[in-house]
Design a protein around this ligand. Structure first.
Ligand code: NAD
Ligand code: 3PG
Length: 526
């Protein structure tokens, strides 16, 4: 059974899903060296922002297949190191969007009305109504930096509160910004005109210290800034100075350059600063969402299926993925089969996407076919993340074609591989119930389900040959589960496809080829 380590607190709903397919250990608060020591036992690691998954941890995770981040930001994971090792990294891009947006809005209103300090004063026994004269957000200008999922929701709510919206996001169109009710402007214009600035961007080399001494100096003296995105986008030291000197009116931070926040001049500031301990995603609803979203992906990957929100493989929208999921298994099975028929060193793989699969959306099926093809060489080390890189490094040329006119089945896949045993081809489709059928082998029509142990022969269609082969297998104690002959003409060339209950013992293939009429024989393990 697979093993999953959960190293940050996640909702029980996620643990329940993981437990369907794996033994789950929840061990939070591990030191990095403790994690390095135990990670080798686990097939999957589920985290939030509390665990730093460094290269050292990834190297020690010799069984790791997937790292699941129950949240959005994967800046605490060394994603390139995971990709090099073929480990899928998944996240939950939307599970905590509303929670984070509402936290930013709560911060904006709290800053405006001094709610945290007013609350503390009442609890101290005071009744001070003069020290907490706030400001209204109505008709004020909100500058949103980053108009993605969270930024857009903040915009929608702020607009309803009567705010004027400016946005800076170099990656979205003016039309999209207008749809959301924002005027797209340069960062410098936003900085100078906004009464409130809220950050909703990832932390990248370009966004690190985006808000620095110079930009703080250009803000309005009544400006208030909110960072519920990532620590380090604001230079914390510069911010503390700007607040202390009254260059801006307030700041609310949920995220910090180093977490947990240690010694910091921000802590000695008064009511103009609000600090929360990375609570943006901390709602019951968001924690259930992200735990389910990521646990389902871990479960799928452990079952050999693709993940819907992998950050290090080409993204698939959930709709496309839902349509393709059954075909991924077909593509992988055909890849495994044709790879073994063609022999170890495959140089060329032709993948033809047929019928309704003949669309651009089906490209992941080519990756799945490669994964199957490389399985014999790489076993569990090959996956959807590294299959294309591994194929390229092995010099396997991949040709992808589409033919919508082939309509024997709704959608079918034809794979042809050239390797050390020559060129072989196989076609497969799905039946109504989603079962896989092999429908053609080396241009001979067949109709068989795949089986773990299979034997294929090329022979002359003539009386007695099936009996002879049956006796030979019987003498080696191999039980035949099913057998089918595919031929184009009576008494011409034909293929025999046998599903076996046991693997073929060593040394039997040369004996099979000696049977009169059999030209070649191949054994395959799926
Ligand atoms: N505090 C929390 O607990 C919490 C919770 C959820 C998300 N987050 C963080 O919030 C941030 C936003 O998340 P999201 O889900 O909205 O992401 P998103 O990917 O939907 O949106 C990010 C937006 O930033 C824009 N962007 C990228 N680089 C930029 C740059 N240099 N200047 C301006 N815009 C830029 C992108 O075009 C995109 O529109 C992320 O950093 C995420 O990690 C924090
Ligand atoms: O990127 C995120 O999803 C947020 O920062 C939430 O982090 P958390 O899961 O540690 O609360």
């Amino acid at each position: 059974m697979s093993k999953v380590l959960v190293s940050d607190p996640i909702d029980q709903a996620g643990i329940d899903i993981l437990s369907q397919v794996a033994a789950v250990d929840v061990k939070t608060g591990l030191k990095p060296e403790e994690l390095v020591e135990i990670i080798g036992e686990y097939d999957a690691l589920m985290i939030r922002s509390g665990t730093r998954v460094t290269q050292e941890i990834i190297e020690a995770g010799t069984q790791l297949k997937i790292i699941g981040r129950a949240g959005v930001g994967v800046d605490n994971v060394d994603v390139p190191a995971a990709t090099r090792k073929g480990i899928v990294v998944v996240n939950s891009p939307e599970g905590n969007t509303i929670a984070a947006a509402e936290h930013a809005l709560a911060m904006m209103l709290s800053l405006s009305r001094y709610i945290p300090d007013a609350n503390a004063s009442v609890k101290r026994g005071e009744w001070d109504r003069k020290s907490f004269i706030g400001a209204e957000v109505y008709k004020k200008t909100l500058g949103i930096v980053g108009l993605g999922k969270i930024g857009s929701h903040v915009a929608a709510v702020a607009r309803a509160m009567g705010m004027k919206l400016l946005a800076f996001d170099p990656f979205i169109s003016t039309e999209r910004a207008e749809q959301i009710g924002c005027q797209l402007v340069d960062l410098e214009v936003l900085i100078q005109q906004a009464d409130y600035i809220t950050l909703h961007i990832p932390k990248t080399p370009e966004t690190t210290h985006l808000i620095n001494t110079e930009r703080l100096a250009k803000m309005k003296p009544n400006a208030r800034i909110i960072n519920c995105a990532r620590g380090g986008i604001i230079d914390e030291e510069a911010l503390a100075v700007a607040l202390r000197e009254g260059k801006i009116a307030g700041a609310a931070l949920d995220v910090y350059e180093a977490e947990p926040l240690g010694e910091s001049s921000l802590k000695s500031l008064g009511q103009q600063a609000i600090l929360t301990p990375h609570l943006g995603a901390s709602t019951t609803e968001a924690q259930v969402n992200v735990a389910i979203d990521v646990a389902e992906q871990i479960r799928d990957v452990l079952l050999g299926l693709p993940a819907r929100s992998a950050v290090n493989i080409p993204g698939l929208s959930p709709n496309v993925l839902e349509e393709l999921k059954p075909y991924m298994q077909l593509a992988e099975t055909l890849g495994k089969l044709v790879g073994q028929l063609a022999g170890g060193r495959v140089e060329l793989l032709n993948v033809r996407l047929q019928g309704e699969l003949a669309t651009n959306k089906s490209q992941p099926l080519v990756v799945a076919a490669l994964k199957g093809l490389l399985y014999q060489a790489l076993r569990e080390r090959v996956n959807y993340v590294n299959a294309s890189i591994e194929a390229k490094e092995r010099g396997i040329r991949v040709i992808e074609t589409r033919d919508a006119s082939i309509k024997d089945y709704a959608g079918s896949l034809h794979l042809e591989a050239t390797g050390s045993l020559g060129t072989h081809s196989v076609t497969g489709a799905l039946l109504g119930g989603g079962e896989i059928r092999l429908t053609n082998l080396d241009d001979f029509p067949i109709n068989v389900p795949p089986n773990q142990h299979m034997l294929f022969t090329l022979h002359r269609d003539m009386p007695g040959i099936i009996g002879k082969l049956g006796s030979l297998l019987g003498s080696f104690n191999v039980n035949i589960a099913s057998m089918q002959v595919g031929r184009k003409i009576i008494r011409g060339d034909a293929v025999m496809v046998l599903s076996l209950d046991d693997p073929l013992p060593d040394g039997i293939l040369p004996e099979i080829i000696k049977v009169s009429g059999i030209r070649d024989a191949y054994t395959v393990t799926l």
